[in-house]
Design a protein around this ligand. Structure first.
Ligand code: ADP
Ligand code: ADP
Length: 234
């Protein structure tokens, strides 16, 4: 489903300096899997997850999605690929001047393939899926953190992606809300046969929902395996 081959990322800094953020990442994530990437701040997690949908371009190496090497794609084709990859964020990234309904409708309106009625039906279907249909007409500021992330999830899934990337998606939430979001992600994985990639610095998140995990340290994977094998409680 997702294959990373020898991914390097070198950031160009000021005064001709460079920063080698990823130093040769090899990774294969299977269809239907919830895959976790854990590491300390600065380890390269964000860079890695942003390379999966080519928001960040790798300096070297290949990103292969469903057997297709997308690193060779130009912008028009990449836009298509990105539509098949949803993403959620730590700070939710909702548009504050738009209602919940409008936030979820936004990617569908950009897509320009659905009629107004089709968008309406699809948005309500998505909001039901995240149990927020009663909040369609409120603004993000009126929602709790957990509710905001549910809107984020509904928006990320609007265009029916097969892959969902979660960038520290529960880091701004309390433990109980974190659990409920992780349960929702697991339910959606089962229901929609999603492949989910979670990056986090929280071990509890990994233990609670990830099938497999990679530990990233200084831009390199130091360990990888089944969560139960790597992080079993004694
Ligand atoms: P993590 O998500 O694990 O905290 P990041 O991928 O954000 O790690 O960062 C990895 C390294 O790359 C850090 O040293 C960080 O300062 C650097 N870095 C991240 N983004 C940029 C950028 N846009 N420009 C320059 N350096 C960056
Ligand atoms: P009203 O005119 O009473 O607000 P609408 O027909 O506009 O009724 O809204 C009916 C449903 O459409 C509501 O459930 C609402 O959530 C949803 N809706 C809200 N904003 C939009 C929008 N920008 N486009 C389409 N439907 C919307």
């Amino acid at each position: 489903m997702i294959k990373l081959e020898n991914i390097h990322k070198i950031y160009e800094l000021d005064h001709g300096k460079t920063l080698h953020a990823l130093k040769g990442i090899d990774l294969q994530i299977n269809k239907g899997e919830i895959f976790g990437v854990i590491g300390l701040s600065g380890a390269g997690k964000s860079t890695l997850i942003r390379i999966i949908n080519m928001l960040e371009l790798p300096t070297d190496g290949k990103v292969i999605i469903d057997g297709e090497d997308i690193t060779s794609y130009r912008e028009a084709k990449l836009r298509k690929v990105r539509q098949s990859i949803g993403m959620i964020f730590q700070q939710f990234n909702l548009l504050s001047s738009k209602t919940v309904f409008e936030n979820v409708a936004f990617p569908l309106e950009l897509d320009q393939t659905l009629s107004k009625d089709e968008i309406k039906n699809r948005v309500h279907e998505l909001l039901k899926m995240v149990e927020l249909d009663d909040k369609a007409d409120v603004y993000p500021a009126q929602l709790s953190g957990g509710q905001k992330q549910r809107v984020g999830i509904a928006r990320a899934l609007a265009t029916n992606p097969k892959i969902l990337l979660c960038d520290e998606a529960t880091s701004a939430l309390d433990p109980k809300t974190t659990s409920s979001i992780l349960k929702l992600l697991t339910t959606l994985r089962d229901k929609l046969n999603l492949t989910i990639v979670i990056i986090t610095h929280q071990l509890e998140v990994i233990k609670e929902c990830c099938d497999r995990v990679a530990v990233i340290d200084g831009g390199l994977i130091s360990e990888m395996g089944n969560t139960i094998d790597l992080f079993a409680n004694p």
